[in-house]
Design a protein around this ligand. Structure first.
Ligand code: KG4
Ligand code: ZN
Length: 338
């Protein structure tokens, strides 16, 4: 019999619920996005996010159950994002998950959001097996992880300041693009020259990342060009910014795979939807004889299928959360190596 897990995700600005069978088969994947609302303010407003989650959570869960054509009696577990994320947003998903778990007597599993992003790859590709190196890049995170076995994580490097997605979004805002700017920069860059505007490659020490220097350099360059009355080619600028971010992400991930002698690389998080990042990784991993996987776009950005999948593997290992499970905004996935 298939083991069904209901996943619930509300860590940022997407209210999401999904039913997944045996950790790999998506039966439903419902996402209510608040992006249009936050776009008015140029970024996520936490208070508004919490309120919208409260409105959306029950209908979203109901729809996920209906589309999967299952009842609560069919569920083996309910998996919910515990952190990292906005505390008010996390609490909405957690409260719903705990209430359902208690009322229907279903085991509860707490999932780390970043762990969820990793499992998007397990949902999309059966061939993904550790040991591997994983690059998780989103609006809030840039983490390079070593995953020697399922459920075991070591942080090899992370950003010391801004996340890669933040660099896309904040520079994009100055370019006049709506939030989130990442997808638009991706689309514009296709017809731009990546060498048109010289931007720095921030190579922080070891396998760590740093994007605030690039962000500031790009924003200063835009201000200076505007002050001098020079015309800015938006496609060229998008391509130059994208190339500077992609170069560093790919170089450090390849370096990690080489140092650890690992032959599988996976990528996850919203920025993993970036076309240039995918192409460059594909080229370099092919040359190096490394297998490379990434999820389809709908599983790259925030969703609950990835939470249900990660939750299934925790459930299968016998893990259970108590009903006092709390939101942890700064939840860490793993300790740093060394
Ligand atoms: O994983 P996600 O949905 O939410 C977080 O957990 O942060 O990631 C959202 C981030 C945003 O910064 C967005 O601009 C970026 O992912 N993003 C992209 C692309 N699609 C989404 N960045 C570059 N290229 C894309 N195609
Ligand atoms: Zn995310």
């Amino acid at each position: 019999m298939k083991q069904l897990v209901l996943g619930i995700e509300t860590s940022c600005d997407e209210t999401a619920a999904s039913v997944v069978a045996d950790g790999r088969e998506v039966l439903s994947n419902v996402i209510a996005s608040q992006i249009d609302l936050h776009r008015l303010y140029g970024g996520v407003v936490p208070e508004i996010a919490s309120r919208k989650h409260v409105e959306a959570i029950i209908p979203v869960i109901d729809r996920a159950m209906q589309e999967a054509n299952v009842t609560y009696e069919d569920l083996s577990a309910i998996a919910v994002t515990q952190g990292p994320g906005l505390v008010g947003s996390l609490l909405v998903g957690l409260s719903a998950a705990k209430a359902l778990a208690y009322a229907k007597r279903i085991p509860l599993i707490g999932v780390n959001h970043i762990e969820g992003h990793i499992y998007a790859n397990f949902l999309a590709h059966r061939a993904v097996e550790p040991p591997l190196v994983c690059l998780t890049v989103s609006g809030g995170h840039t983490d390079l992880l070593h995953i020697p076995a399922v459920g075991s994580y070591t942080v090899l490097g992370r950003t010391r300041d801004d996340a890669a997605g933040e660099a896309f979004d904040k520079v994009g805002r100055v370019l006049g693009l709506p939030y989130p700017a990442g997808p638009q920069i991706d689309a514009l860059a296709v017809r731009g020259d990546p060498n048109a505007y010289p931007l720095p490659r921030a190579l922080a020490e070891g396998l760590d990342f740093s994007f605030s220097g690039l962000k500031t350099a790009a924003i200063n360059m835009l201000h200076n060009l505007r002050q001098r009355g020079e015309e800015i080619d938006i496609a060229d600028f998008a391509a130059s910014l994208q190339e500077a971010i992609v170069d560093v992400l790919v170089a450090k991930t390849m370096q990690a795979a080489t140092e650890l002698d690992v032959s599988v690389i996976i990528m996850s998080g919203g920025v993993a939807a970036n076309t240039r990042l995918r192409t460059k990784f594909t080229e370099l991993t092919q040359q190096a004889g490394i297998r490379f996987f990434y999820p389809p776009v709908e599983l790259c950005t925030d969703n609950a299928a990835m939470i249900a999948s990660a939750g299934y593997f925790r459930w299968a290992r016998g893990e259970r959360a108590e009903l006092d499970l709390d939101a942890v905004p700064g939840l860490r996935l793993a300790q740093r190596q060394g």
